[in-house]
Structures are given as structure tokens and as C-alpha cells.
Write a protein that binds this ligand. Sequence first.
Ligand code: SF4
Length: 331
Amino acid sequence: MKEFAYQRATAVHDALSAVAADTGARYLGGGTNLVDLMKNGVEEPTRLVDVRRLPLDGVRDAPDGGLVIGATTTNSDAAAHPEVRRRFPALSQAVLAGASGQLRNMATVGGNLLQRTRCGYFTDLSRPCNKRVPGSGCAAITGAHHNHAVLGHSEHCAATHPSDMAVALAAFDAVVRYQTLDGAGEIPLSRFYPPVGDRPDRETALPPGALITAVVLPGAAVSPRSRYRKVRERASYAFATVSVAAALDIHDGIVTHARIALGGVASHPWRAEAAEAGLRGTRPTAERLRICAEEALSDAKPLRDNAYKVTLARNLIQAVLSELTGTEMDR
Ligand code: SF4
């Protein structure tokens, strides 16, 4: 591992100043992804600015009835918080599905959003990867890509985003708060991860040097019915092959609001907006749910070896919606 400096920040301004003064500096949260990448040489920061002692942890009520989750809140604390479990159950379920207890105790909410892809070529320094070395090529497009994206990818990169938490946050229309030396800002999660296009190395819309300070769950997104389900390749913890977060409001048997986000299928949490629109104002019959699942994947462009994900995602959407609505699916 390359030598680096370490400093612990106790004030947000100090952390921002330290990163602004050293172009090779990185913020350190739980380190559950960054330190792994440092060990294999993918990341080579000159300085780590530890932000875990900053006063950014905890979950509190937002004025609109939502919740504000501080960026250094551990994944364990976020998942276990009674108001998260009561008002945003899919978020708690997503975090619990994401990693072992040991990792959840270390990993932070802010760091979770900044996880980097687990594409095997990204961490193999001997292979071309546009995300790691822009312009070098993409080994996955013609190589091993059975677990890669079927939506929103490009010829330059087909990696998927590994976060389970981010998928649930997308379904709840969460907003990411950040701070820079120039002031504070907010980015809706729907715009937090830019489209891949020809710049897969650009992974977030954060300004340079920005520090995530919180994630806001809007009160308007509160839904008593929400669910996160994940299909993975083994029974123990693994990144999602496909996952679905859905939140529904149902009144008098009619779906009034629907939010559906998919994980494991794109470079970022994928909101299935056409499917949501197709569900709103309708009675959730088995046929309606089947059509919704079709619509959610209508833009899918599978690679040579991952068309199975399209079928898997359709089936998982139907299963989750069936569970939330109490609709029995046809066999
Ligand atoms: Fe790199 Fe993306 Fe290609 Fe994987 S899919 S090798 S991360 S460019």
C-alpha cells in the first residue's frame, strides 16, 4: 500500500480545508470499501481525513414529517432506528440485506452512497477499465459480465452500483445534503449518480471536495407500505444480482402513489417511472402488476450473458408488489 497521511477532523470546516489543501486527499468514513481499494492499489490517496468524529451522526425528525439521517450514522444505527423501521421499513430492510453486522457497525450512511462498483475488472489492475483509467477500454463488455447492467449502460461501462441502501433511498425520493467551503447544497438522489455515457469515471454529482453531511427522507414520501427484496448469488451476504425497493399508498383499493426502484441492474439505483405511472390510479390486479413489471424493464438492453436479469427483475417486481398489495399472482 502506498504511504499516506492520516488526520482526524473534529469540525466540518477543518475536514473541508484539509481536503481542499491536498488534491490527493480523501474523506475516510467506515473505510469498508476505501481501505480495500487502497490495499489492492485501485485507490492511492495521499491523505485520509477521518470524518467519523464529526458531529454528523444520528437520526432526527425533519420539519415536513420526514427524517434527516446524519452522514456518519452507522448503517447499523440507521437500520435499527425505530422511526426508520416504522416509517421507511424498506430502508431498514435494504441496509440489513447489505452486509454483515460487523460491516454495518463500521460503514456509514454517507460512505454507503459513495461505494464503488464491484466489477471484477475494476479491481484488476492488469485489465482495461474506463472507470479506473479513463480511455483504457472496458474489459467487461466482451468479458465476464453476467452480473453487469441491463439498463442505462453504455459501450464504455456496464458496471452496477453495489449499494442496497441507495436503492431504498431512491424509492423514497431522498435528498443528499453536502457541504463545501463555499456553502451547503442538496442533490436529489435521482440526480446524484450521473448517467454513464462516455465518462464512467464520473460517479457522483458532488462538487469537488464536497463532504456529504446528511441524507434527507422527505415526509411526502412516507408510506406505510414499503418493501425491499434482494436476489443474490449465495445465501450469505453478497451484492445484489437484482433488488427491488417499492413503496405504495393504497386507498379504497386504488394505488394513489407508487415508487419502485431497482438495484443490481444499472450504474445507479434505477427508478421504474413508467411502471409507477402504470400503477397509479389503478386497482392492483395480477394482470396490472404483470404489465407494470414489463414496463419497468421495457428499456432493458441485456449484454451477451445477462438477459436472465431481465426476467429475474420482472419476477421480483411482481413478487414485491404482490406482497405489498395482497394481490395473488397467477401461476
Ligand atoms: Fe471498468 Fe465499467 Fe468496464 Fe467494469 S464495466 S471494466 S468498471 S469500465
